[in-house]
Design a protein around this ligand. Structure first.
Ligand code: SDX
Length: 433
């Protein structure tokens, strides 16, 4: 159960009557007006399209300050975790609210290795997806189907949660790599006990019978960093989806599958693929930055700068800053030069000098540079959002677990303001015009 303190109150005057509403404050002084009894006490609901001003829950997992560009998982600054941890340490931290000691980390590794394989019957699923099937659709189908092969999410899902969490975190990696191999018509490469979480993923993706893949520590380090930076981000669209679906009492696999589908959207996790498409468009158009900046500013043009702007950050997304720096490191190590990185940098520079972006506090977000690193590693663009899902999975599970453990949880069921027809008399078919 997460802790908030009800300290002072807010007064709401409606129809001449004053209502007193409690104010709750979080650990960092973040404040909210508790409207849990507003409808009962006033007959009014609130309206907040897109939930820009509405908190859905209290949570002890991730803290972010959009004005200061602060992001912490369980109190640890993202900069430290990204620099000093392996992804599975951060996954453990999100799930258990502590960085694992050596014993705990070893036990977690044993579980991840135990669950790395996919049930052989599930491998036949891949035979029935068309070669050009979206890897995100495959991922959500396969994750949802895991509940049929691993039904431990029974009467007491929390009892098996550590097992189910390790199973999901391990298998999502295998599913992603297998879907890539299947799309190429290449033989599957199975997970190996002697490789790390990220090393195994890279080997399953890129090892070939004709040309064995060398797992390079620098590439493993870059992937670890990317997955850590994507691991959680409080109540974003996909996490809220996981919570909402989970609040109906459905199993974890189905809740995560719903989160995968929400993440797929180009306004959310799908933006990392859209950024590359946008940069390639500008590159093909002789780096005509002005044209695309003007399109992004034009209200009548649906074009937006992908990878720019954020619902919460009103300054640089701290994750984007770390990833931008990591781009240089990995491209140098791999001796790769990517013209799209230069275009991204120039686009950022031009946009951040433009009044339109300045007055709307639009800065590069987590998705703006991540695709440059995925490309350098050799991951295809249509798998970038899959990579986002691999990173976000521990956060989704931790948020689902926190909600399921909270006795105050109720099924999520928002209200509405009705703007349709008033009551009217039924018209039989023969009398209709
Ligand atoms: C993620 O929520 C999270 O935490 C998400 C995430 C996570 O880790 O889970 O951080 C991951 O989803 C990052 C965001 C990835 N999406 C994109 O990069 C898509 C491009 N960005 C935008 O579509 C937009 O910025 C959103 C969707 C991210 C946020 O949209 P909001 O908060 O609803 O803001 P808005 O659309 O109301 O924009 C406010 C103003 C508008 O102009 P005005 O009507 O005030 O004149 O800013 C403009 C918008 O037109 N604007 C942009 C823009 N983003 C906002 N104009 C041009 N290009 C953009 N990218």
């Amino acid at each position: 159960m997460t802790k908030t303190t009800a300290s002072d109150t807010a007064q709401l005057i409606i129809d001449g009557k004053t209502h007193t509403l409690p104010i709750v404050r979080g650990t960092e002084g973040d404040a909210a007006i508790d409207i849990s009894n507003l409808l009962r006490d006033t007959g009014y609901i609130t309206l907040d399209t897109g939930y820009k001003n509405t908190g859905s829950c209290s949570s002890a997992i991730t803290y972010l300050d959009g004005n200061k560009g602060i992001l912490r998982y369980r109190g640890y600054p993202i900069e430290e975790l990204a620099d000093k941890c392996a992804f599975i340490e951060v996954a453990y931290l999100l799930l258990h609210n502590k960085l694992p000691n050596s014993r705990e980390l070893e036990d977690f590794k044993v579980l991840l290795e135990r669950f790395a394989l996919l049930h052989e019957d599930m491998i036949h699923f891949f035979d029935h997806f068309p070669p050009n099937a979206s890897p995100m659709s495959i991922l959500s189908v396969m994750v949802n189907s895991l509940c049929n092969y691993y039904p431990e999410m029974g009467d007491d899902p929390l009892q098996d949660l550590n097992i189910t969490a390790a199973r999901l975190i391990s298998k999502i990696r295998t599913i992603a790599a297998f879907s890539y191999k299947k799309s190429l018509g290449h033989p599957l490469v199975y997970p190996r006990a002697d490789l790390s979480y990220c090393g195994n993923f890279l080997n399953m993706m890129f090892d070939k019978p004709v040309k064995p893949y060398t797992v390079r520590p620098e590439v493993v380090a870059a992937l670890n960093k990317l997955l850590i930076l994507h691991a959680d981000h409080e109540q974003n669209c996909s996490t809220s989806t996981v919570r909402l679906v989970g609040s109906a009492g459905v199993n974890l696999y189905a809740s995560i599958s719903a989160g995968i589908n929400a993440l797929w959207g180009p306004l959310h996790g799908g933006a990392n693929e859209a950024v590359i498409d946008m940069l390639e468009l500008i590159y093909a158009d002789d780096n005509n930055f002005e044209k695309y900046i003007n399109k992004a500013k034009d209200k009548n043009d649906p074009f937006r700068l992908s990878g720019f702007g954020h619902r919460v950050y009103r300054t640089f997304d701290p994750r984007g800053t770390i990833i931008k720096k990591a781009c240089d490191e990995i491209l140098e190590v791999l001796n790769v030069s990517d013209p799209l990185l230069d275009i991204a940098r120039q686009l950022e520079e031009i946009a951040l000098r433009d009044e339109y972006f300045i007055e709307r506090n639009l800065y590069p977000n987590v998705d703006f540079y991540s695709g440059i690193i995925y490309r350098a590693i050799g991951i295809p663009t249509n798998m970038f959002t899959v990579m986002f899902a691999l990173g976000r999975l521990p956060g989704w599970i931790a948020q689902w677990k926190e909600q399921r453990e909270d006795p105050g949880t109720r099924i999520g069921r928002p209200r509405q303001v009705y703007t349709g027809e008033p009551a009217r008399k039924f018209v039989p078919l023969e009398e209709r015009t």
